[in-house]
Design a protein around this ligand. Structure first.
Ligand code: SF4
Length: 330
């Protein structure tokens, strides 16, 4: 909801300040689909609010999926569209939210990257994706938020930070910092800024190759921030926060040779708080080729011999193109 318009509307009606707090509380509760359901407000006020404001800044165009993974195509007030994903996984109800319409970073394996960049999302549009899912699953609530949807969070950092403050605040969505994760393609200077925030929010880095040339070949951002710069920033993060840092590695035919395993082992084993998440690549039209089951197995055998600790992630939502790197609206 546009809170400045709400304030203006209430001011024009000369209503006391507590009304604003009451309506904001109702809004963040995620219980209400419209103002009319807020029966703790007078009927004329509910009517006025319905005429003037939209409760959510995102509206559902389509939704697909099953009980455990759902993907919604959401329209924004200017007609742009984003995708947002809900996952019911290991007792956690998780919202995977988008931070931009499209993405400027153009990673070759990613459907969002193929859309180009349209614009940043506002804090309200970010928070409203979670409230949208809360409305869907009420009386349950989203308990975990991951910024792994469309876009690079660190390129819309100011708005993400404002949204995170609302998501984390007990006057907002009251989701603990440890239940929030931000994933970056490797914007090294922002990783340092993030470390300096001294927050408990989790950080994940999309590594996908520990070889500079290979990484550059499918992640253009690697030309701007080299692996050496990225590693320095990651070491700084870990030194400053003493928190584990997660590296995402999608298994492709191009990054699963013996040499790739050796480079990856050197990278991950260089810091005891670096942790590797291996993910089967989700194929997208015109994207990269996933590693075959044999390639995956051989690569994992190499990593085992090199003493690398990792977790092998299941990929959710592949059947509905809701998995990592598959979100797109065109
Ligand atoms: S993987 Fe992430 S950073 Fe890369 S193009 Fe896709 S959305 Fe952007």
């Amino acid at each position: 909801m546009d809170l400045s318009l709400l304030k203006k509307t209430l001011d024009s009606l000369e209503l006391p300040a507590f009304r604003y707090r009451q309506i904001v509380k109702n809004y963040y509760s995620g219980r209400y689909l419209n103002f009319d359901q807020m029966t703790d407000l007078s009927l004329p006020l509910r009517q006025k609010l319905s005429e003037t404001l939209s409760l959510l800044s995102v509206s559902e165009k389509t939704i697909v999926g099953n009980e455990s993974t759902q993907k919604a195509l959401l329209e924004l007030s200017d007609g742009q569209k984003i995708e947002s994903v809900f996952m019911d996984y290991e007792d956690w109800l998780t919202a995977c939210v988008s931070s931009q319409v499209g993405c400027p970073l153009a990673c070759s394996f990613c459907a969002t990257g193929k859309m180009g960049f349209k614009r940043n999302l506002t804090p309200e549009e970010i928070v409203d994706q979670i409230l949208y899912w809360n409305q869907k699953i009420y009386p349950k609530y989203i308990g975990r938020v991951v910024f792994m949807g469309m876009g690079e969070p660190f390129l819309n950092w100011e708005n993400i930070l404002t949204a995170i403050n609302i998501i984390n605040s007990n006057e907002g969505l009251n989701i603990g910092a440890r239940k929030i994760s931000v994933s970056t393609a490797g914007v090294a200077d922002k990783i340092i800024e993030f470390a300096n925030l001294d927050t408990q929010i989790n950080l994940a880095v999309s590594l996908h190759s520990a070889d500079q040339k290979t990484r550059e070949s499918f992640m253009p951002i690697a030309k701007q921030y080299s692996l050496a710069q990225l590693k320095n920033a990651c070491n700084y993060y870990v030194g400053k926060t003493n928190r584990q840092l997660f590296f995402e590695y999608a298994l492709m035919d191009i990054n699963t040779s013996q040499n790739d395993a050796i480079l990856l082992a050197n990278f991950i084993n260089s810091n005891r708080l670096f942790f590797l998440n291996l993910i089967p690549l989700n194929s997208v039209d015109g994207g990269m080729t996933p590693a075959s089951p044999d390639q995956q197995k051989t690569f994992i055998d190499y990593l085992n011999k090199l003493g690398v600790e990792y977790s092998l992630r299941r990929s959710f939502g592949q059947d509905i193109s809701a998995a990592c790197g598959q979100l797109a609206t065109v």
